[in-house]
Design a protein around this ligand. Structure first.
Ligand code: NAD
Length: 486
């Protein structure tokens, strides 16, 4: 059977990349080729940006309410095609169907939210010190947005960027993740069905270099919104910063999950397990450092290990976690686990690929917990982006805070306690853009600003109304009522 070919989507139609190397998309569960695309060349990128630029005047002239109407229709189509989209996500990422389906819901909620933004917040009235002077601030689009996403939650990642970018009146070039190429084109096709004019959203296939790089380097791209690793984010900030492009960076995390001695241990185990292992730990917001008060350490660890070893791996409905996205990622994580072992870490559970015959060809790693390492060990400080968490002892909440903050990242944090003073003291002081009390380290909603301190980002927040600041310019307009002319 011929391998399915995935194309770019430029100016409202599928278009093969003009040149570049062939990229094979491997299904992470079967280990077999799922599809193939061509890594778009700088010339392909140029053409896509040209299409976005050409579509900009008409799209930006449309009223925000009109743009919102198209986004609403798009959201409805996502709902109608939920099954089809779920199947693509399952094939490309091998996450269990209920998780993939949940992602479709999350994406359409984003669509609905930003469709509604078309009717809100486009103007603010101001007072003036000058008699007869009236002032208001409006939002205006910036131009072409370059959107770059990873594959961990592929549809949610696309929705978080595309919907706010377009509602603000920008046009966009989305560089699909090389690990989820088909999904991005499927979303763009639904946009066209919903009434999105050609050229408003273009999709390019390809990896970081040359495709992503060429998009970042194109001087016509006025906003770059990037979700991915901190190393790449730093490079984008440098290159885009030189031409003063607006840049939004949603980067990595090494998120602390604190369990106090007064926590509801069973609930804390439930949330710690979800935080560390759901989506196979491939979340920027994964709870990958579990900090436990000494007084309950043994009791909590025993329960958490029991939970972790009970999790079901696989791609069937009801499985708890699938494989990681690529064989390279699997090897990288297994090598880090081995280094942790050699550094004196105690692997409490997992630490290896599962033996089950039906998982044999996939890029699976058993849910892994490691303790006994110093707080500054690689396993306790470096993002793994897999189902692996360090387990660390802390004396009290002040110590937990100190360990939590001893990280280059600052994306999310969670604390489990029944003591409101402890919870609020910690929440106020922890260096993280999102703090959750008695839940997991993740769980943002469309109207909530998400983003990190320090190496987890550059201070922007997406989604929520804050995303509008990424994708629009503010203009203050004042007018004077001249009494003599009335
Ligand atoms: P990655 O940085 O390797 O790749 C992310 C995207 O950037 C891909 O589309 C890739 O092709 C592209 N890219 C790579 N090099 C590029 C370059 N030089 N120029 C332009 N584009 C380039 O990250 P990944 O391994 O795919 O994803 C995992 C990372 O993403 C983790 O660090 C994770 O924490 C982070 N992440 C952050 C958030 C957040 O909201 N903060 C959400 C999800 C994932």
């Amino acid at each position: 059977m011929d391998t399915r070919q995935i194309y770019n989507w430029v100016d409202g139609k599928e278009s093969p990349a003009t040149s570049g190397i062939r990229l094979k998309k491997i299904n992470p569960h079967t280990g077999l080729v799922d599809s193939e695309c061509i890594a778009s060349s700088p010339e392909d990128v140029r053409q896509a940006v040209t299409a976005a630029e050409a579509a900009f005047p008409a799209w930006s002239e449309l009223t925000p309410v009109g743009r919102g109407g198209i986004l609403s229709a798009w959201g409805r189509l996502l709902r109608e095609r939920q099954q089809e989209l779920t199947e693509i996500i399952v094939r490309e990422t091998a996450k269990p169907p209920q998780d993939a389906g949940g992602e479709v819901h999350a994406a359409l909620a984003q669509g609905e939210y930003f469709a509604g933004e078309g009717m809100r917040l486009y103007s603010r009235s101001l007072t003036s010190g000058t008699p007869g002077k009236y002032s208001h601030t409006v939002r205006q689009p910036r131009g072409v947005a370059g959107l770059i996403v990873p594959a961990n939650t592929p549809l949610a990642n696309i929705a978080w960027k595309v919907f706010p970018a377009l509602i603000c009146g920008n046009t966009a070039v989305l560089k699909a993740s090389e690990d989820a190429p088909e999904l991005a084109v499927a979303v763009a096709k639904l946009g066209k069905l919903a009434g999105l004019p050609d050229g408003v959203l273009n999709v390019l296939q390809g990896g970081g270099d040359p495709t992503g790089r060429a998009l970042v380097e194109d001087a016509r791209v006025a906003v770059i919104s990037f979700t991915g690793s901190t190393a790449v984010g730093r490079w984008i900030a440098e290159v885009g910063g030189r031409r003063l492009a607006r840049i939004s960076l949603e980067l990595g995390g090494k998120n602390p999950f604190v369990v106090c001695d007064d926590a509801d241990l069973d609930m804390a185990v439930h949330w710690a397990s979800l935080s560390a292992f759901s989506n196979a730990g491939q979340r920027c917001a994964a709870g990958s450092r579990i900090l436990i008060f000494e007084g309950i350490y043994e009791a909590f660890v025993e329960k958490l290990v029991a939970k972790a070893t009970s999790l079901k791996l696989g791609v069937d409905q009801g499985c708890d976690l699938g494989p990681v996205i690529t064989a390279q990622q699997q090897s990288k994580i297994l090598a880090a686990i081995e280094r942790a072992r050699q550094a004196g870490g105690r692997v409490l559970c997992g630490g290896k690929v599962p033996g089950a015959e039906k998982l044999r060809n996939g890029f699976y790693i058993e849910p892994t917990l490691i303790d006994g390492l110093p707080d500054d060990a690689e396993m306790c400080t470096r993002e793994m982006f897999g189902p692996v968490a360090s387990v660390q002892r802390v004396r009290d909440v002040a110590h937990a805070l100190q360990v939590a903050n001893a990280s280059e990242y600052g994306l999310t944090a969670a604390i489990h306690t029944r003591n409101v003073d402890r919870a609020m003291w910690f929440a106020q002081r922890v260096r993280a853009g999102v703090v959750n009390i008695n839940i997991g380290t993740f769980g943002s909603e469309p109207h909530m600003p998400f983003g990190g301190f320090r190496a987890s980002g550059n201070g922007t927040r997406e989604p929520g109304v804050e995303a509008l600041d990424v994708y629009s310019e503010l203009k203050n307009i004042s007018f004077l009522v001249r009494d003599a002319l009335i």
